[in-house]
Write a protein that binds this ligand. Structure first.
Ligand code: FPP
Ligand code: MG
Length: 357
């Protein structure tokens, strides 16, 4: 199966620059999941259609390039500030040369498989019918099949990871999957809890989404032999980027267009998950207005709630918070050597908070 790559302005140059590397990651991914049972292959091929921009593998590879020793990166300038300019495929051509190791590509395939497992299980929890413009596993074949397929993916992810022969990577990624399950458990625990505040919301997001993205960046840098200081900065970059990513995801769930986003929306409200725009709305309203907002939440009145959140400024405040995390992420990049890969990580961070997909 070929790699599906729908690109937008922010991702386009990097998608073409990294195409050869990502194709190799896809080969590893597909080889790992190939089964002699056709029923299993059919399910895995369906899940491969969930693959979009391959954000997590891209972060492993780009962080690997960004942290590689300076001469290998064909440094264009010695500035410490991250470039704001959009990059052309020409700027990124050095990234096509094979500076990365097979370990980078295996880790990239592993993190994508972990991500796929969480999506398959998440769609069961959310009772979601649409993902990547197609039907979800649970919608097509039921929850039992989706639960076991998610288990199959997570089991294969750690099996593949073990082929690297570095127990520290298995331990780290095991820690991440523990953490993201904790995030989901805490989120479920606070279902329909109208007193949840920004700090708790951010802790859930940090665990369920940002922990994996942070580790993608750290592992990419670490496998390039980066010093601890740079690997740590890359992890912090990924965590801040991951938080911005999930805030935007939650915003799209409330105000996005399902045709553009390509997955079931409105699920957070349906499932009683209070996300940042709603938390801001409840925290900032006068008592009477708070009562009205609570009524809309309890009645699951998505259309009226959406209008209220836009008119009150809660949506704008949420978008500003996401942008704040993007700035925080970009500031971490100053620790990495100047070069096109570092610049592109900055461009990628910007595009995450303004995405409509
Ligand atoms: C996104 O939720 C959910 C996650 C990032 C984590 C999901 C994790 C689990 C379900 C635990 C399963 C864990 C393993 C190890 C298999 P969302 O509903 O906001 O995202 P969406 O909008 O893409 O549906
Ligand atoms: Mg979901």
């Amino acid at each position: 199966m070929t790699r599906m790559m729908k690109v937008d302005a922010g991702f386009e140059p990097i998608a073409s620059a990294l195409a050869a590397q990502l194709d190799q990651v896809t080969v590893i991914f597909e080889r790992q999941l190939a089964s002699d049972m056709s029923a299993v292959n059919k399910l895995c091929m369906h899940v491969e259609q969930y693959r979009g921009k391959m954000l997590r593998p891209t972060l492993v590879l780009l962080s690997g390039f960004a942290a590689a020793p300076a001469p290998a990166q064909e440094v264009r300038s010695q500035r410490s500030e991250v470039s704001q300019a959009s990059l052309s495929p020409h700027d990124l051509r050095p990234l096509t040369s094979d500076l990365l190791t097979e370990k980078h590509r295996i880790v990239a395939a592993v993190v994508e498989m972990i991500h796929m497992a969480t999506l398959v299980h998440d769609d069961v929890l959310d009772e979601a019918a649409v993902r990547r413009r197609g039907r979800t596993v649970n919608d097509l074949w039921g929850n039992e099949m989706a639960v076991i397929l998610g288990d199959y993916l997570i089991s294969n992810a750690f099996h593949l990871c073990s082929t690297i022969g570095d127990p520290a990577i298995n331990l780290t990624l095991g820690d991440v999957t523990n953490t993201l399950c904790e995030g989901e458990l805490v989120q479920l625990h606070h279902r329909d809890d109208y007193s949840i505040d920004e700090a708790l919301y951010l802790e859930i997001v940090r665990r369920k989404t940002a922990s994996l993205i942070g580790e993608c960046c750290r592992l990419g840098a670490m496998l390039s032999g980066a010093p601890e200081r740079i690997s740590k900065a890359m992890k912090n970059f990924g965590i801040a980027l991951g938080i911005a990513f999930q805030i935007q995801d939650d915003l799209l769930d409330l105000i996005g267009d399902q045709g553009v986003v390509g997955k079931s929306l409105g699920k957070d409200l349906d499932k009683g998950k209070l996300t940042l725009p709603v938390i801001y709305q409840l925290a900032d309203s006068e008592p009477a207005d708070r009562g009205e907002a609570l009524r809309l939440i309890m009645e699951r009145d998505a259309a009226s709630l959406r209008l209220l959140l836009i008119e009150s400024g809660a949506v704008a405040r949420t978008a500003a918070t996401a942008k704040g995390f993007v700035s925080q992420a970009k500031s971490e990049l100053a620790a990495a050597p100047a070069g096109p890969a570092r610049d592109y990580l900055g461009v990628l961070a910007e595009s995450v908070a303004s995405r409509t997909w």
